[in-house]
Design a protein around this ligand. Structure first.
Ligand SMILES: Nc1ncnc2c1ncn2[C@@H]1O[C@H](COP(=O)(O)OP(=O)(O)O)[C@@H](O)[C@H]1O
Ligand SMILES: [Mg+2]
Length: 227
């Protein structure tokens, strides 16, 4: 459903993708690993259409995502979501968290208007958060709570592709484990493809169904090691 075809992308001398092919959409958890700076985040952004490739095409349901009509573009926006690395950067510090999350309803028709609050509360429950947190500002939450909220926002549209960019790397190890459990639970409840970006190969081994290593603009499948 989501595809990179002969995609190249570089910033000056930093090569992120070199004639790269990738196909995602089998509802698996796919690890994207490699050392810091190898281009994992950039590749995720290219896949989501947040950046243009220098060459090649990015496809959603066989259509070039940079040439979609309005309706298909909304369909794509809804189907492909990202959770960024820094939970603090995910929300506008000046807005109540409820305001930030409810914005999603303005762009996407997710449920009847009368059911929005219930829909929101149910989504928060999926990530083990109390709706009361929506009446606070980002600075009043812990990093772990904010990351859960960022995940909640990303799943409001029930995406079929979720790009998780180092979602646990800013968090304490114990909180990291609980976020991973939540993601496992979410994946179990709602089938979707997760692209789990991490520089932590051990974590990818535990969480992912398959692992791709990005190195010098190319992707190489890694064998999962028996634990
Ligand atoms: N917008 C940008 N402008 C210039 N260089 C960039 C930009 N984004 C990323 N880079 C460079 O591309 C390389 C890959 O970055 P990034 O995708 O963030 O790697 P990773 O996520 O694997 O750590 C780095 O050398 C980075 O400096
Ligand atoms: Mg990165």
């Amino acid at each position: 459903m989501f595809e990179l075809r002969s995609v190249s992308k570089s910033y000056g001398r930093a090569v992120v993708a070199k004639d790269l092919d990738l196909s995602l959409g089998n509802d698996r958890i796919v690890g994207l690993v490699g050392p810091s700076g190898c281009g994992k985040s950039s590749l995720g952004r290219v896949l989501l259409g947040l950046e243009q490739p220098n060459a090649g095409v990015v496809l959603f349901k066989d259509r070039d995502i940079h040439r979609l009509d309005r309706r298909d573009r909304m369909d794509f926006r809804r189907a492909a979501q990202m959770v960024p690395q820094h939970p603090d950067a995910a929300f506008n510090p000046r807005l109540l968290l409820g305001t930030s999350l409810r914005e999603v309803f303005r762009f996407h028709d997710l449920c009847p208007k009368a059911d929005q609050e219930e829909y929101l509360a149910a989504t928060l429950e999926h990530v083990s958060l109390h709706p009361e947190l929506l009446t606070r500002y980002p600075s009043q939450l812990s990093g772990g709570e904010l990351q859960r909220l960022a995940i909640a926002r990303s799943i409001l549209t029930k995406p079929s592709l979720l790009v998780l960019d180092e979602v646990t790397s800013m968090l304490d190890v114990s909180i990291q484990a609980s976020i991973i459990r939540t993601l496992q639970h979410l994946h179990h409840e709602h089938a979707a493809t997760y692209l789990f970006i991490t520089h932590d190969l051990d974590l990818a081994q535990v969480f992912c169904h398959e692992i791709l290593e990005l190195s010098q603009g190319r992707l190489k499948p890694l064998d999962l090691q028996p634990l």
